[in-house]
Design a protein around this ligand. Structure first.
Ligand code: NI
Length: 175
């Protein structure tokens, strides 16, 4: 089965996901389906709630092949780093956010082994972003009130572009 990535506005993105008790065949299947969905969307990370699954897991690939983290937790963080962050659930939007530069994440891999990762910069940012998804938090929640309002306006325009009927008719007539 191929997953459709849920977009902001879908209530599933606002719910906290539950811990995974057993890493069974069903969980492995979810991961097997999430990884191609992430690549197809050209993302570097994808959390289970983004495909409608309320489980605490995410997949990612920052150039070293696909990885999975189950029941991840950030146990320590340090520093500050500014980075322009996007999200597959908010295509077309990105925001410069300051978050901790380093994080220490613990969790399990898909084989159930305990993992402990000291991450810096991009990987640390990815971990914080995906952890947010497991708690029902989206990028907009990190913005100041005015910035958030502007972002919501922009989002509505992306979702319903003015003259969208005209645009689609024009597209159809093109060779
Ligand atoms: Ni995201």
């Amino acid at each position: 089965m191929s997953y459709q990535i849920r977009l902001m506005g879908d209530p599933v993105l606002r719910q906290a996901a539950s811990s995974i008790e057993n890493i069974d065949g069903r969980i492995v299947q979810i991961v097997d389906d999430m990884v191609p969905a992430m690549y197809q969307a050209e993302g570097i990370g994808l959390a289970a709630p983004q495909v409608g699954i309320q489980k605490r897991l995410f997949v990612y690939d920052i150039g070293e092949g696909p990885q999975t983290l189950v029941n991840p937790e950030i146990v320590d963080s340090d520093g500050e780093w500014s980075f322009e962050e996007g999200c597959l659930s908010l295509p077309g939007l990105s925001f410069e956010l300051i978050r901790p530069k380093q994080v220490h994440l613990v969790g399990r891999d898909l084989d159930g082994n305990e993992v402990s990762i000291e991450a810096d910069e991009l990987l640390a940012r990815l971990f914080q972003h995906e952890l947010d998804h497991l708690d029902g938090v989206l990028l907009l929640d990190h913005l100041e009130r005015d910035e958030r309002k502007a972002a919501l306006r922009q989002w509505r325009e992306i979702q319903n572009p003015p003259n969208s009927d005209l645009v689609s008719r024009t597209d159809i007539s093109l060779p």
